[in-house]
Design a protein around this ligand. Sequence first.
Ligand SMILES: NC(=O)c1ccc[n+]([C@@H]2O[C@H](COP(=O)([O-])OP(=O)(O)OC[C@H]3O[C@@H](n4cnc5c(N)ncnc54)[C@H](O)[C@@H]3O)[C@@H](O)[C@H]2O)c1
Length: 174
Amino acid sequence: MDIQDNVFLVTGGASGLGAATAQLIRNHGGKVILADMNEAGGEKLAKELGGVFVKCDVSREEDGQRAVEAATQLGSLRGLVNCAGIAPTAKTVGKDGPHVLDLFANTIGVNLIGTFNIDPAGGGCHVEERTECCGRAGRDREHGVGGGLRWPDRPGGLRSIERRRGGHDFADHA
Ligand SMILES: NC(=O)c1ccc[n+]([C@@H]2O[C@H](COP(=O)([O-])OP(=O)(O)OC[C@H]3O[C@@H](n4cnc5c(N)ncnc54)[C@H](O)[C@@H]3O)[C@@H](O)[C@H]2O)c1
């Protein structure tokens, strides 16, 4: 992929995998938009990288649209890297009782719906079809880390969506 002078939107770009990806893109001459809920971390890193920070909850349609709009204002949006994610752990039934539904719903909301929301063809945001997409968040759920549930969130959910529509395949990169 040609990174030099192209624009890349990195969700969860304020820390961890997203921040490292943004740094790498910058090192190769790309422009980065960091979309994250962490305002302090995101603003600081965006300044260091000469990029732009957009406060964004990926599970909210209007936030996702705002992030994509900010990215397209910088130039040709060539890449979307989905690193925004959360990884709470809970047993189906623990010593304090059954798994709290809100925790499950919130994780699906961020890791799966949040990715779909910034999906080129599916969600509220309409990234150009030639934008490359990949993601990471949620992978550990597939393996049931920490004795928790095998949540069918990002990897499983996206593979299912991809199979149905046969279009962009970012589940392979999840
Ligand atoms: N680090 C790893 O080795 C690894 C391995 C497998 C999977 N993952 C998954 O990848 C994802 C990123 O991992 P990380 O280590 O970079 O975690 P991290 O906590 O360092 O970064 C996640 C970022 O996502 C942001 N975020 C959380 N909810 C958000 C929301 N609703 N909207 C926008 N931004 C939001 C956070 O503010 C944070 O900056 C996580 O879901 C994690 O479970 C990480």
